[in-house]
Design a binder for this molecule. Structure first.
Ligand code: PHE
Ligand code: NA
Length: 501
């Protein structure tokens, strides 16, 4: 028999934690550029369709699996059916690798909060980021000299994260999200309002939202929309299975999925407005069209924003603190959710208590993160692991999970009845069609296309041997870990009969 399971204190607490997990770096630095590159205002059409036709159905799937089987991702998947066991452990492996690098970006953000007050980057933020701050090596390798300026804040990020997890689901994760998410909304809203008053802001918004309707007939735009939704909702690697396993027996699953899904998208659009208002200002300063200053990812956060902060006359430090503070808060609530997948899997499997489980596996994750990333190779490894884990971890794991559940185990009808018995909005057979047909078609199409690209040229121009280790090796390791762990018997998993609610 299972030990009594921890539970969320309130529905709002669960919702805030689910939103905190979804809202992350992807909302702030990925969405704005994706939208701009893929039709601007017209991107909203495929984006909304992706949200409704695949994002929310997948979210409901994960909620249902976790809630019905009341266990961590591996045990829940195993209880869904023996052939699904490896998927849960695969997801744990994926979360392990994501956590190792996600924390590093948060450590950078911590440093940049400080840098904003002194404008430490001088007049060349790009050179400062790569050389003065990260001491990036000329060519990528796996091991390299430590960079203390990243090492120290990274240790801090890990201590804070593990401390919250050690406090438990209700007193740790829920409480942290109850503080952080409202704080994030306030800080980020101030930033957006400030950005809207910058000269050139209007041009930025025009650049983002002017619809290019021809994009609608472009297949790659639809792929981008589904890709953004899958990434942004963080579906497919067990986070929501884990979080919903801590819900009470009676819980409004579809209502929660709708709220979390739309809240995440609302935050994305808010970020798009803030980011493009700022880029409009940057373009005006440089006397170039907005299109020339558009970027996403680390370039946006650690090069473009510093540039803007330097160009602001008054209150520039505040602008920097608000921006990097928002990145940090948005990111740390996501990091907690990623590590919780690993911790809860180990708790279930070994019977360890929460604190020892956090120390053991959280500590191991932290150690790997600290050993490989705060070095002169950190930037290369991070970029590569991120690309491969996203393309061949998350997307593939989501696809396999759906196919095994729908085709091999034929469990969608059972899950649908489970969801409909307790939820405010009934999903009906429409959900089975969206999940079993629409989502897999998009996921297969995306995977095949990115595999073709992968073999036509080396990602990032990196050497094949580096990609074999930091890219394919990492993605493969997560999968092999999953298969290996699923072969170990788990008697606790087998002795469970899910009760209908
Ligand atoms: N969904 C998050 C975002 O939009 C990213 C994330 C990745 C969250 C991995 C959790 C785990 O930024
Ligand atoms: Na998100």
């Amino acid at each position: 028999e299972d030990r009594p399971r921890e539970q969320w204190g309130t529905r709002a607490g669960f919702l805030l934690a689910a939103i905190g997990s979804a809202v992350g770096l992807g909302n702030i630095w990925r969405f704005p550029k994706e939208a701009y590159d893929n039709g601007g205002g017209a991107f909203m059409v495929p984006y909304l369709i992706a949200l409704l036709s695949a994002g929310i159905p997948l979210l409901i799937f994960e909620y249902a699996v976790g809630h019905r089987h009341r266990a961590s991702a591996p045990r829940s998947m195993r209880r869904l059916g023996r052939p699904a066991a490896f998927i849960g452990w695969w997801q744990v492996g994926i979360c392990f690798f994501i956590a190792t690098y996600y924390a590093v970006i948060l450590a950078w953000s911590v440093r940049y909060i400080g840098f904003s007050t002194s404008k430490a980057w001088g007049d060349d933020p790009a050179a400062f980021f790569q050389n003065d701050f990260l001491h990036t090596a000329d060519a990528p390798a796996l091991l390299g000299a430590f960079v203390p300026g990243v090492l120290v804040p990274l240790i801090g990020v890990w201590i804070a994260t593990l401390l919250v997890l050690a406090l438990g689901v209700k007193r740790g994760i829920e409480k942290a999200n109850k503080i952080f998410i409202p704080l994030l909304v306030v800080l980020f809203s101030i930033l957006v309002v400030r950005a809207l008053f910058l000269p050139g802001a209007g041009d930025g918004l025009n650049a983002l939202f002017t619809p290019d309707w021809s994009a609608i007939t472009d297949g790659s735009v639809w792929q981008a929309a589904y890709g953004q939704i899958f990434f942004s909702l963080s579906v497919g690697f067990g986070i929501m299975v884990t979080y919903s396993s801590y819900l009470k027996r009676k819980a409004d699953l579809t209502g929660s999925a709708l709220v979390a899904g739309f809240a995440n998208s609302a935050f994305e659009i808010l970020a798009g407005i803030g980011v493009f208002a700022t880029l409009g200002f940057m373009a005006l300063q440089a006397q170039v069209p907005v299109g020339e200053v558009v970027q996403g990812g680390t370039g946006l956060a650690f090069i473009a924003f510093p540039q803007v902060i330097s160009e602001l006359s008054g209150g520039s430090a505040l602008f920097g603190v608000l921006f990097f503070g928002s990145l940090l808060i948005a990111g740390i609530t996501s990091l907690m959710s990623i590590v919780e997948v690993i911790v809860s899997a180990i708790e279930d499997r070994t019977g360890l208590g929460r604190v020892p489980a956090v120390l053991a596996v959280g500590g191991l994750t932290a150690m790997v993160s600290i050993a490989f990333y705060p070095t002169e190779n950190g930037l290369y490894i991070l970029d590569t692991v991120d690309h491969f884990i996203n393309s061949y971890g998350i997307v593939l794991a989501a696809l396999v999970a759906i196919l095994v559940a729908a085709v091999v185990l034929r469990k969608l009808p059972v899950l649908q009845r489970h969801v409909d018995a307790i939820s405010s909005v009934r999903v009906g057979t429409l959900w089975q069609v969206l999940l079993g047909v629409v989502a897999p078609i998009m996921l297969v199409w995306m995977s095949v296309d990115s595999l073709i690209k992968e073999f036509s040229e080396n990602y990032g121009g990196y050497s094949t041997s580096f990609l074999l280790a930091a890219g394919w090796g990492v993605a493969g390791l997560a999968l092999f870990f999953g298969i290996g762990m699923s072969l170990v018997p788990d008697r606790n998993a087998d002795g469970f009969t899910p009760g209908d609610p």
